[in-house]
Structure formats: structure tokens, C-alpha cells
Design a protein around this ligand. Structure first.
Ligand code: HSE
Length: 401
């Protein structure tokens, strides 16, 4: 029998407890041993829930209980979750988490601590919700030199963009629905301003590069500046607007990492990814492109990935799983502004429109007569683009994939 403690009984934590109940015999078969949730730590009162008997409020009980070998951290954030994770690892307990903020901020330190204590630190659910991604990249694609990853990494913003495009509902209403469905972060500005996707692309970039790449070393732009007018202009030329996280290694061996809304052509499979679904394209020099697709957020999808990590730890024991990356990666990153791409530009400035008249012109019959939109014919890095558009600030500026 393996005993597990769950920290936090919110959306993810209660989903984890639900999956353990729902699939207990199947899980025992997969792990080779029975797995039991012994404690659920939460400061809120769990009376009246199926888990009231398991509730504790003092982390020290978990820390000092030799029966607990795996701790599931589903508190979120990089505050108390960071403290409890360090204490659990130091006490010789493996930790599983869906906490992308913690992994993106302190992953190198926590992985080192796990190695020092001969325990596992796993975070499959931190990127792509229920999509198997970290495990396949770190175990099944190891024969490749992995040079690029590009994906839709935030379910909430993809849900919002899909609802705005398909049903024409307002940004505010779509965001409310995403919150009601349990997709959004506690502070949904982390979703819409791109911070959540940034943490996830940093985790993937760290995985590919083998060094810890942090959110401060990347560029982030969310979806708050995307208007229905942009959506219509993009559609007229067969593009969808998607918030993409991208990490790619330059010829000089440096990693550019960024999150921003992109125009994605209909020919690219990412353009068809809708609602809360995420999709991630990984490029390797032997396998070429591999795409991972599935539910990127939500209680049971995320819990599925967390519980699979617990099973993995139990089934792999005594081997530990903590070799994802090592050391700081600040010396191997570069500014994403140096990466060239075609650009979408919307403006109501007549002189800028005249300067761009040689570029591809987009049509939108419902746009204001004063507005025009263009896609550059050539790829430009940010400096060359600034030379092209001069000092006028466009209404909208997005990369084209
Ligand atoms: N708020 C996140 C999202 C949850 O919408 O993708 C899953 O990480």
C-alpha cells in the first residue's frame, strides 16, 4: 500500500481525489500496488464533501508521517506551495504537481532538491492539462535534437477566442464562462495577459534546452488587444488568431522564448484547435514535427495527468524521476525580437497605410472605412519591421505563423 497526501482541495486537488476513488482498482493494477489518499490538507472546511474524513490542516503531520511517500501539491502559486514542496522533498517524499508557476519559477532548485534526497519531482499536468507532453518529450523523443516548440498552451484564452470568433459573444462573457468551467486561473489576468502560457512555454523550453529558462527571460503579450476587427481581417485571408507560446533555438545556439497572439494560416493544424483544447507542435531532427492535442484545462483532465505521475513514481520505484534540467539558463537565451516573421498590421493612419500599400492588403467589409490591414510579404525581425512602419503606432501588430 502506498499512501499519498493531497495539498489543496480546489479544482485540481478534488479532481485528483475523485480519480483515485473512481479508478482505484485500475490504478492499483497499473502501479503494481494499491494507492490510497491518506490526507487532504486544506484550510477551508471540507465538511459535507466526500473528503471530510481525510481533512487535515497541519502540514507537519504529512511531513513527519513515514507512511506518506508521495505528496500531490495542488495549492498553486509560488508562496506556501513552494515552502511545502521543499519541506516534502527534504523529508524524502516524492512530489507531483500541476503548479506551472512554481515549476517555471523554482524548477531548477526543486529538481536539485529532489535529486539530493533521492526522490522524484514530476509535473506532467503543469503544461497542456491532460495532454501527455512532458513524459513523451523527455522519454520518447530523446533520440532527437529538439529545436523548436510552438503551441496553444492556455485553454482559457483559446476558449475566449473561439467563442468570440464562432459565436460572436463578448470577451467579458466568454471569460466568465471559462471561469465557471474551472479553466481560468484564480486571477484570470494571468490567462488573458499571457503569463500562464509564458510559464508553460518556459517549462517546455527548459525541457528542450536542459537548462532552466525563466519567464523574465521571455517576451509576453496576451490577448487583450485582439479585436473583432482583427478577427474579421484575419478570416478574410484564411487565418485564425491564436495565442501561441513559442521557443526556438537560433543558429547561434540561443533560445528565443515568447508568447503572443499570432495569425495562423488555415493550412496549419493549430488553426483548427478550438475551445479549451491545447495543441503543441514539437520539432525534432529525426522525427520531424509531432503534435500533441487534448484538453488543456479543467478538473478531470488535469487530475488525469497528476494521478498518472503518481502511478509512474510508484511503478518505477526504486528508480527516481527528476532529471529534466539542471542549472540556470539565462546565458543561453536571446531576445525574440531578433526572430524574423511575416507581420499583420492594422492601422487607421493614412500615411502608414500608404507606406504599406506594397504589402498584402486584407479585406474586411465590416471594418471602419478609415481602417486598413496588411500582411508583410517578407519576414522581418522587429528592428527591420520598425524601420518599415516608422514611428506610427499601429492599432494592431501581430506575428504571422
Ligand atoms: N488557466 C489554465 C488554462 C489552466 O486556461 O490553460 C490550465 O493550466
Amino acid at each position: 500500500m502506498v499512501n499519498v497526501a493531497v495539498l489543496g482541495c480546489g479544482t485540481v486537488g478534488s479532481g485528483v481525489a475523485d480519480v483515485f476513488r473512481m479508478n482505484s482498482s485500475l490504478i492499483a493494477k497499473q502501479a503494481g500496488r494499491e494507492i490510497r489518499v491518506k490526507y487532504i490538507l486544506d484550510i477551508r472546511d471540507l465538511s459535507g464533501t466526500p473528503y471530510e474524513e481525510l481533512q487535515i490542516r497541519d502540514f507537519a503531520l504529512i511531513e513527519s508521517d513515514p507512511e506518506i511517500s508521495v505528496v500531490v501539491e495542488s495549492i498553486g502559486g509560488a508562496g506556501i506551495a513552494y515552502e511545502f514542496t521543499k519541506r516534502a522533498l527534504a523529508a524524502g517524499k516524492s512530489v507531483v504537481t500541476s503548479n506551472k508557476e512554481l515549476v517555471a519559477t523554482h524548477g531548477d532548485e526543486l529538481l536539485r532538491l529532489a535529486r539530493e534526497n533521492n526522490v522524484s519531482y514530476l509535473f506532467e499536468a503543469s503544461v497542456g492539462g491532460g495532454i501527455p507532453l512532458i513524459h513523451p518529450i523527455s522519454r520518447c523523443l530523446t533520440a532527437n535534437d529538439l529545436t523548436e516548440v510552438c503551441g496553444i498552451l492556455n485553454g482559457t484564452t483559446n476558449y475566449i477566442l473561439t467563442k468570440m470568433i464562432r459565436e460572436g459573444i463578448s470577451f467579458k462573457l466568454a471569460l466568465k464562462q471559462a471561469c465557471d468551467n474551472g479553466y481560468a486561473e484564480l486571477d484570470p489576468t494571468d490567462d488573458i495577459e499571457g503569463k500562464d502560457a509564458c510559464r508553460k512555454i518556459c517549462i517546455l523550453a527548459s525541457l528542450l534546452s536542459g537548462r532552466h529558462i525563466r519567464p523574465e527571460q521571455s517576451f509576453v503579450q496576451g490577448i487583450t488587444g485582439v479585436s473583432l476587427s482583427d478577427v474579421k481581417f484575419a478570416e478574410s485571408a484564411n487565418y485564425k488568431i491564436k495565442l501561441l507560446g513559442r521557443a526556438l533555438r537560433t543558429d547561434e545556439g540561443r533560445w528565443a522564448v515568447w508568447v503572443s497572439p499570432h495569425l495562423v494560416p488555415a493550412s496549419n493544424p493549430l488553426s483548427c484547435v478550438e475551445d479549451v483544447f491545447n495543441a503543441i507542435l514539437v520539432s525534432g531532427n529525426a522525427v520531424d514535427d509531432v503534435m500533441f492535442y487534448g484538453r488543456g484545462a479543467g478538473k478531470m483532465a488535469t487530475a488525469s495527468a497528476v494521478v498518472s505521475d503518481v502511478i509512474d513514481i510508484v511503478a518505477s520505484a526504486p528508480r527516481v524521476l527528476n532529471d529534466f534540467w539542471d542549472g540556470d539558463g539565462s546565458d543561453i537565451t536571446c531576445d525574440s525580437a531578433a526572430i524574423p516573421s511575416k507581420w499583420y498590421i492594422r492601422t487607421n493612419d493614412q500615411s502608414l497605410a500608404a507606406a504599406l500599400s506594397g504589402q498584402t492588403v486584407l479585406r474586411n467589409t465590416s471594418a471602419k472605412a478609415s481602417e486598413a490591414a496588411f500582411i508583410t510579404k517578407k519576414a522581418y525581425n522587429r528592428q527591420a519591421l520598425d524601420t518599415l512602419i516608422g514611428r506610427t503606432v499601429p492599432l494592431s501588430l501581430m506575428r504571422v505563423l
